[in-house]
Design a protein around this ligand. Structure first.
Ligand code: GLC
Length: 569
């Protein structure tokens, strides 16, 4: 690993690799429903008083307990999450009258095996614990995005300490000076991954981190900072502990991330311009420009930051910028990224070369560039946010993560959210097949694959990032199902996962049009496949968990008025 920065960070406290991390009892896990009282206009006009946010937790929890119980499961996001037992058994398997699936215990064991310790404290989980694999590559590192489902599993099981440690450790790493060759990266960039090196002789722990300078393609992970903010909200919401988010360090960390993505430049769109491979799809896959995954995470991180930022002088300035950006971003996404049968028909009939403000086809998309497959794929019932929109380019591919996060963050209007779920039902074979869930649909092949991926042998058609099926996405699908009131879809997907995952030793991904084959180069015991399954199970068992990873609709962000088609103008 050339060129990575190494710091010596203290004396080792007797930690040789992963070890058992006992379950802790958390006295109360509570939703802070007021954290989601998200009203843009109010914020712009008269900022809420900070004093209100600082009401004591006990005071809040009492009133919210009754609200949560009264609302019952109609409003999962505000419902109360009961405290967990201190028994050395996952809480999710003790609360059922029926027997838990045998896979659950196995998954917990595997998840705990993947724990990474720093000075005796658990700080994350490694990407894969695959001893059989000859090549470790960087799968022995703690990836920020990979840790998210692990963190949610621990939070849901009443073990928030590891999440807190992770948030603080990555915050420290953010403070490092980041360079690629002679170029310095923005201050706020969060690492893609980090690794703890134990020196048994000197009894020291060392951390190395990768901000893109070691990654294939040398791309910085735009998603890491967004996941960090989203996770900080999940931690705060799950534990009711506002004190972490309110520390000057966390406030500064958030502001640095926000400064990076809210900076003014030459942009004409409120979406965030990105390089290829800057997120979960971390290799060239034609997602450069304005990828849906990043836009949805950007939106969710902005909304999360809005409830976490203090209303002090520095915080207020960011709050105002966030509010403005959210307005523009939701309008742009809901108008230009949304595709359903009607919209597809409109684009198909677009006039081109329209100039000036009256243009309907604003980005001059040439209807001939619509790929054949999308006409068959588009059902009469259903819709989705397409992969990318930029001048003369609409990437019509469907991406799982972006669409699920659009639902969870309420970037999708309730109508759009249920249309996305309709699409799952209508195109089950294509999007789920035999293993949930396709990372994107469809695969690119032949000439297009050559041009778009640069002949990437790992991303051949229906493999890996190019139409492969990723079990980790199960938790996002499940969360989206619960939010839209369609748990039966999640149940169906979980059944599929249960028929294979353990037997196949928790692969990273599956290949093939139906996701039937264990991926060509898939790791086994991939941590986020394991944690994703646990999170999906726990959420379905206790839907009140959804609140930590979901934001309610903001009534102020009005749904878009349907555009007229270009031929009528
Ligand atoms: C692959 C995936 C990336 C993931 C990493 C570690 O590079 O593309 O999303 O974070 O593996 O699992």
């Amino acid at each position: 690993m050339d060129g990575v920065k190494v710091i010596l960070d203290g004396l080792k406290g007797g930690m040789d690799g992963p070890k058992e991390f006992g379950l802790k009892n958390v006295s109360s896990q509570c939703s802070i429903s007021e954290m989601d009282d998200f009203d843009l206009s109010k914020l712009l006009d008269k900022p809420r008083l900070n004093i209100e946010r600082q009401r004591s937790f006990d005071e809040r929890s009492l009133s919210e307990l009754s609200i949560g119980l009264a609302r019952g499961l109609d409003n999962y996001e505000s419902a109360y999450s009961p405290g967990r037992s201190a028994l050395d058994t996952p809480a999710s398997s003790t609360r059922n009258s029926f027997e838990p699936h045998p896979m659950v215990a196995d998954a917990w064991e595997a998840l705990r095996r993947s724990l990474v310790f720093f000075r005796g404290q658990p700080v994350g989980t490694i990407a894969a614990y695959d001893h059989a694999s000859e090549e470790v590559l960087n799968y022995d590192q703690v990836f920020v995005r990979d840790f998210v489902p692990s963190a949610l599993a621990f939070l849901m099981n009443g073990e928030p300490d590891i999440v807190k440690n992770f948030l603080l450790k990555t915050l420290q790493l953010q403070g490092w000076e980041k360079r690629i060759d002679r170029f310095k990266l923005g201050e706020g960039a969060m690492p893609a991954s980090f690794k703890v090196l134990h020196d048994p002789v000197r009894k020291t722990d060392t951390i190395i981190a990768d901000f893109g300078e070691s990654a294939i393609g040398r791309v910085a992970p735009v998603d890491s900072g967004f996941w960090w903010i989203i996770l900080l909200r999940a931690y705060t919401k799950s534990t009711g502990d506002l004190s972490l988010a309110e520390t000057p360090e966390c406030q500064k960390g958030m502001r640095l991330i926000l400064a990076l993505c809210l900076s003014e430049g030459f942009d004409t769109f409120p979406t965030l311009l990105c390089a290829d491979g800057c997120s979960m799809i971390d290799r060239r896959m034609g997602i450069y420009g304005y990828p849906i995954e990043i836009q949805a995470l950007f939106f969710m991180a902005l909304r999360s930051a809005l409830v976490l930022l203090k209303h002090d002088t520095e915080g207020k300035e960011f709050i105002e910028r966030i509010v403005k950006r959210l307005h523009a971003l939701s309008y742009h996404m809901r108008s230009y990224f949304w595709l359903d049968f009607q919209q597809l028909n409109d684009v198909y009939r677009y006039k081109t070369e329209e100039y000036s403000h009256t243009a309907v086809n604003k980005f001059n998309v040439i209807p001939d560039s619509i790929p054949e497959w999308v006409f068959d794929f588009m059902p009469t019932r259903g819709g989705y946010f397409i992969g990318n929109v930029s001048p003369a380019r609409m990437d019509f591919r469907w991406f799982a993560l972006g669409n699920c996060v659009a639902i969870l963050s309420s970037l999708a209007t309730p109508e759009q959210a249920s249309a996305i779920m309709d699409l799952f039902e209508e195109r089950w074979e294509e999007l789920v097949g035999e293993m949930p869930l396709k990372i994107c649909y469809p695969a690119i092949e032949s000439h297009e694959w050559r041009i778009v991926t640069g002949c990437d042998p790992k991303n051949t058609r229906w493999s890996y990032h190019n139409g492969g099926s990723w079990p980790v996405l199960l938790w996002m699908l499940t969360a989206a199902c619960i939010k839209t009131g369609r748990p039966q879809i999640a149940r169906r997907a979980i059944d599929l996962a249960e028929s294979r995952l353990l037997k196949d030793s928790w692969p990273e991904y599956y290949d093939g049009k139906l996701g039937r084959y264990i991926g060509k180069q898939a790791r086994k015991y991939q941590t986020w496949s394991i944690a994703g399954y646990l999170v999906a199970k726990m959420m379905l068992e206790d839907p009140s968990h959804l609140g930590m990873i979901s934001l309610e609709e903001d009534k102020q962000m009005k749904p878009v008025i349907k555009r007229s088609s270009s031929w009528t103008c």
